[in-house]
Write a protein that binds this ligand. Sequence first.
Ligand code: GDP
Ligand code: MG
Length: 790
Amino acid sequence: MNLSQLETGQRGVIVKVKGHGGFRKRIVEMGFVKGKHIEVLLNAPLMDPVKYQIMGYEVSLRREEARQIDVITEEEALTKVPEINFYGTLTDKEAHDDGLHLQQTKLNRLVEVRHNVINVALVGNPNCGKTSLFNIASGAHEHVGNYGGVTVDAKRGFLYYKNYRINLIDLPGTYSLSAYTPEELYVRRYIIKKTPDVVINVVDASNIERNLYLTTQLIDMNVRTVMALNMYDELQTSGNKLDYEQLGTLLGIPIEPTICKSGFGINELLDRVIAIYNDQEKVARHIHINHGKELERSISRVQRYIAENESIRSRFSTRFLAIKLLENDERINMRIRKLPNWEDILRVGDEEKKRLRKELHSDSESAITDAKYGFIDGALRETFKNEHLQKRHLTRIFDSVLTNRYFGFPIFFLFMFLMFQATFTLGNYPMDWITWLVDQLRHVVSEYMPLGPLKDMVVDGIIGGVGGVIVFLPNILILYFFIALMEDSGYMARAAFIMDKLMHKLGLHGKSFIPLVMGFGCNVPAIMSTRTIEDRKSRLITMLIVPFMSCSARLPIYIIFTAALFPNNGAMVLMSLYFIGITIAVFAAKIFSKWLVKGKSTPFVMELPPYRMPTSKALFRHTWQRGAQYLRKMGGIIMIASIVIWFLGYYPNHDGYSSAQEQQENSYLASMGKVIEPIIKPLGFDWKLGVGLISGAGAKEVVVSTLSVIYSQSGDEVGQQELGKRIPIDRITAYAYMLFCLIYFPCIATLVAIKSESGHWKWAYLSAVYSTSLAWIVAFLFNQIGHLIV
Ligand code: GDP
Ligand code: MG
C-alpha cells in the first residue's frame, strides 16, 4: 500500500521511500523514514496536495509524491499475522496474543518484514551475463513472461538472503537508455515507473568501455546502483588489470567482481545491494558527469525551466530530463509537452541546441555521447591497465603521443613556451600601431581643444590613462587565442591529465591545472572554472592560488619596466616573474592543503573528451569575447580610475606653482601617497609608485594607467619605453616593484569571484591579506638583499 491510498483520518507506518535519489533525499529530509508513524489530516479525492501529520508536524505532499512512499496501516497489521509467521519472525504465541503492546510489536515487525523486501532490477548490455546472474541467484524460483506489451522477455524471481527477500527482475539487454529500440524504452520505463529499490548494473569486464556507457546513463537517472563486474575470470586471464575499487569510488557506484558461471562474488554482491538499500554503502554517492563547459551550460539552463514544475520532480531527475531533451529524445519530448510551461522549455531547448551546434560544430546528441565517452575514457585511464583500449582511432593516435610518459611533458612545455613567445613578440607589432593611433588622437585633441582643465583631463587623464593600457589589447588577444585553442581542441584536458600526478603532490587534482593556466589570461574566469573540480578541498585551494598566476593585466606593468630597464634580456625577466608566481603558488598550495583547508579529498573522474578540430569561427568568437571584456573594462573602471587619478593629481590650486614638479608635489595625490610612503619606503618605492599600487587594487591595468597619468606632463606623449625611463628607479627596485605587483592584492573582481565561488567572504579576505603581506615581505627582501649584493 502506498501513502496516497490512505484516507482522511487513517494512520500508517512508513516502510520505504522509492524513486530517484534527488527525490528520496528531499523526502527523507522532511522526516519520511522507515518506522515513522503518519496520519492523514485531509485527503479529498480531487485535492492535491494532501495534508499529513508526521512527528508532530503538518506537511503536505503531492499525490504523485505520496505514491512513492510505501506504508502499512494498523488494520493491515492485525490481519497480516500469517505473513509475519511466514517470515518466521513472530512466534505463534505472540501472534495470537492480544493487547495494545503486542499490536505495536506486530506493527513494527511487519514494517520490518515489508521493509526487508528489496526489489532489484538487472540492467546491462546484451550477453553480459544478466540471465546467468539471475539464474544463479534466484535458483528455482523463476518464471518467464512477456511484459508491457512489447515482445521482450523479462524474467522475475526471488531469493532469501540474510533476512531479506530479494525480488529480481531480469530486464532485456540494452546498450543505452534512449528511446530508439523497444528494449531501451522498456528498461527506462521500468526504472522510472516501477522504481526498483536497487539496480544491479551487470557489466562485462572484458568489454568494459562500451558497457560503461549504459552506466553513465544510470548515473544521470540518479538511481541507486550496484555494479556486478561480471566475466571477471575473462578479465583475469586477459592479463589486464582493473582497479575496480578506485573505479567505483570515481563513479560513486560500489563495484563487486562476479563470475556468474561459478557463482563467485554473488553473495558479496548481494551484501552490497543490502548495504546500499539501507543507505549504509560508503562508496555510493551521486556524481554529475561533466559534459564540458558548453554542454553543461545548456543542461543547466534547460534544467532550470523543467524544474519549475514541481509535479515532475518526484518522478524524474530534472537533470536527466534536460540531458534527454538535448539528445532529442522523442518520448521525453512528449512528456515535456504535458507541462504547463512546455513551450518555454522546448524553445530554450531549441535555442541551446542551435547554440551548441554553432559552438561545438556537432549536434547536441553526438556531443553528449562524446562527452560521456570522454568521461569513461578518463575514468578508465586512471584505473585500467590495458594498452588496447578500444578508443576511436584518431583519439588513440593523438593520445599516444600527447599523453605519453616521455613526450607528454616536453610537448606541453614547448606549447607553453610558444604561447608566451607569441604573446610577447607577435604582440609588439600591433602594439606599435595602436600606440601610433593613440598619439595621433592626442595630437588632434591637443590642437583643437581650447586650453583649460577640460583639455588637460581629456589629454592627460583619459587618453593618457586609457591609452596607456589599451595598447596591450593585442597581447591579451593572442594569449586568449592560445587558451581557446587548447580548450576547444581537447588538449587542455590532456594537459590536465599529464599534470595529475604532479598536482596530487600539492594536495590538488589534475583538473586544478586548467584554472591555473587560464589564470594567465584573467583570474576571474579562472576562478569560475574551478567549478568543474568536484572536490571541495581541491577547489578552495585552487581558488586561493590562482591569483599567483600572473594575469594579463599585470603584463603591461612588466613590459613598461623591462622595456626601459632590461632592454636586452626582457624575455628572461618576464619568464622569471611568471615562474616565481608559479613557485609561490606551489608552496602556497602545499601549505594550504596541510594546515588551512580541512577535509578529505574525494577522487573524481577527469574527462578526456575526444579531440576536435577547433573551428576558426569558434576560436575567434572565444578570443573576441575576452577582447570585448577587456575593452569594456577600458571604458569602465579604467577610464573612471584614470579621471580620478588625474583629478587628484591636478588639484588643488593647479596654476599656483612655478613648476610642474612643484605642482605635483603639492597635489592631493601626493598627500595620499605620502601617507603610505613610510610603509613602502623599505621596499624602495616613492609615493608615486605607491599611488600606482593603491590604484591597482581595482584592476591591475590601472597601475600602468596611473603611472602614465602621473608621469605625463601636459600633453606630451609617453610611449611605453618612454614612461619606463621617466620613472627614476634602478633595476633592483624595479624588479621588486614588479614582484610586488605580481603577488599583492588580487583585484576586486577576483576577490568577488572567490567569494561567490567559495560561498564565504572569509576566503576572499584571507586571499587579500596574505597575498599583500607576502608581497611586502618578498619585495622587501629582494630590495634590501639586492642592494647589498650589487
Ligand atoms: P545476458 O544476455 O546478459 O542475459 O547474458 P547471459 O546470461 O545469457 O550470458 C551470456 C554468455 O556469457 C553465456 O554463454 C554465459 O554462460 C556466459 N557467462 C555469463 N557469466 C559469465 C562469467 O562470469 N564468465 C564467463 N566466462 N562467462 C560468463
Ligand atoms: Mg538474458
